[in-house]
Design a protein around this ligand. Structure first.
Ligand code: PA5
Length: 474
């Protein structure tokens, strides 16, 4: 398959090699055979799953479908566009987007975090405040169904309202995402939002069915609800893909397309990362190098707090997504680092002190966007120079950010604190596609190195079970 040329992400671990801590390039090079073996295992798992082979009991659940998902989606779209799932996603988004001005995405954990990450990173930072024309006809987006917060739920319902209307600018719809279809928070929210939506549609169930798009597995309570509602558009969370690995399935792509994101480019970025992952030797492979440095600092350097230091507000949702990916995939059998995302420079003023001089238990990865989307905004000169900023008048916010990154790296290096850098050329779909796929692949490689199963979430399932039992007993 031809993949459009992409500007690759760059990973620079130089600052994570700390003299005297036994963490140098030689140690990473020595890990190369294990990293390459882990890659082979990840790919073999994918082949086993793809070909429907027998999965040994100790490897279950095995849900590596995300590995080949970008190529599968793109290939199907290129070969049989009209019937492809990608086409269905695009046309569902077009249809819902033309009917409503607000969309509530209901989902919990992995089922909504990718959508939120895309919203925060790719849309205008005040998307929901813009007029429909300024949003290019795209609906405003809201996220709920990830909590049982009384006031938050009612606040959003106040905004959406139950007033019957024929005006698109007043109408709203629901995208409800749950892989299992059984998560209580999401199911309760769906019931509550659906009931208000039905009032707004004066119980015109054909209209309701048009305004609700469920994304779920091939069975379960949400699947049954969708059938009972007569929802024409029922999209799958891809088979063999755990929710937190489902970015490149309808769970990420449908909300992304609704927001106006170019989901083909997102998939192309992810597919390019797959090619790189499969083909490059450990020493030149960003996925394996990133996984290797993270693993070594955890296993040998005792840095069991993993900080993603995100340079820009728009990366906030991406940080939450990664925290969850690592926490749920690696936090098993008393293992796995504690992930922590910080937004800089904001959090340098709240956490920076601790990261620079607190316990030596952190590996920091700077996630840096090399070029802002918009023209650089200068500090500007003023006839009121009491703040003494005229000397910086020609400096832009980009210059300030670069100085902050360099200053922070220098300060941390002086204290022998490990910092690696991951560069995204731009904050666009191609870079984000690469980033998501890189992090998912690195996480399963790391799981292999640790000897834990990255798929499934047995602890969370127990919580869900107890919560349900307690509610039904009392
Ligand atoms: O990533 C995961 O697998 C979890 O965080 C789930 O998404 C979360 O528990 C919600 O489950 P479901 O998607 O089945 O509603």
């Amino acid at each position: 398959m031809t993949i459009t040329a992409v500007t690759p992400l760059a990973y620079d671990p130089t600052g994570a090699f700390v003299e005297g801590a036994g963490m140098g390039p030689k140690r990473l090079a020595a890990l190369a055979p294990r990293l390459e073996q882990s890659r082979a295992d990840v790919l073999a798992d994918f082949e086993l799953w793809r070909t429907g082979g027998q999965v040994p009991a100790d490897r279950q659940p095995l849900e590596p479908g995300f590995v080949g998902l970008p190529e599968q989606m793109l290939e199907e779209y290129r070969q049989s566009r009209a019937t492809s799932q990608l086409n269905q996603i695009l046309s569902t988004a077009r249809k819902l987007g033309s009917l409503v001005d607000r969309v509530v995405v209901l989902g919990s954990g992995g089922s909504y975090m990718a959508a939120r990450a895309l919203f925060e990173s790719c849309c205008h930072p005040h998307h929901n405040e813009l007029s429909r024309a300024e949003r290019g006809g795209r609906p405003r987006m809201y996220f709920a169904g990830n909590n049982v917060d009384n006031d938050a739920t009612q606040g959003l319902l106040d905004l959406l309202g139950d007033r019957p209307t024929r005006d698109v600018e007043e109408r709203w719809g629901i995208v409800v995402i749950s892989k299992s279809g059984e998560t209580l928070e999401t199911a309760v929210a769906f019931r509550q939002f659906l009931s208000v939506l039905r009032r707004a549609c004066v119980d015109d169930m054909e209209l309701v069915a048009d305004l609700v798009v469920p994304i779920t597995g091939a069975s379960g309570r949400l699947f049954e609800m969708a059938r009972a509602l007569g929802c024409e558009e029922l999209l799958p969370v891809a088979d063999g893909v755990s929710a937190r690995f489902a970015v490149m399935s309808a769970a990420g792509l449908l909300p992304g397309s609704l927001m106006g994101i170019d989901i083909v480019k997102l998939l192309e970025g992810a597919a390019a990362m797959n090619v790189h992952f499969r083909e490059m030797p450990a020493g030149e492979n960003v996925v394996l190098k990133y996984a290797g440095v993270c693993h070594l600092w955890d296993a040998v350097g005792n840095a069991n707090v993993r900080v993603h230091s995100l340079w820009g507000n728009a990366l906030s949702g991406v940080g939450y997504w990664y925290d969850q990916l690592v926490a749920e995939s690696l936090g098993k059998q008393e293992q796995g680092v504690t992930p922590l995302s910080v937004i800089n420079t904001r959090d340098l003023h709240s956490r920076g002190q601790q990261h620079q001089q607190g316990r030596r238990d952190k590996l920091i990865t700077n996630v840096i966007v090399d070029a802002p989307r918009r023209d650089k905004l200068p500090v500007g000169s003023s006839d009121m120079d009491e703040d003494q900023l005229n000397s910086l008048a020609d400096r832009s916010l980009g210059d300030l950010m670069n100085a902050a990154i360099a200053g922070m790296k220098q300060a941390y290096a002086d204290e022998r604190r490990p910092t690696a850098d991951l560069h995204l050329p731009k904050l666009n779909e191609v870079s984000l596609g690469q980033f998501f796929q890189m992090m998912m692949l690195a996480t399963v490689v790391e799981a292999r190195l640790l000897g834990v199963n990255p798929y499934g979430q047995p602890g969370v399932e127990t919580y869900k079970k107890h919560m349900n039992e307690l509610l039904r007993e009392s």
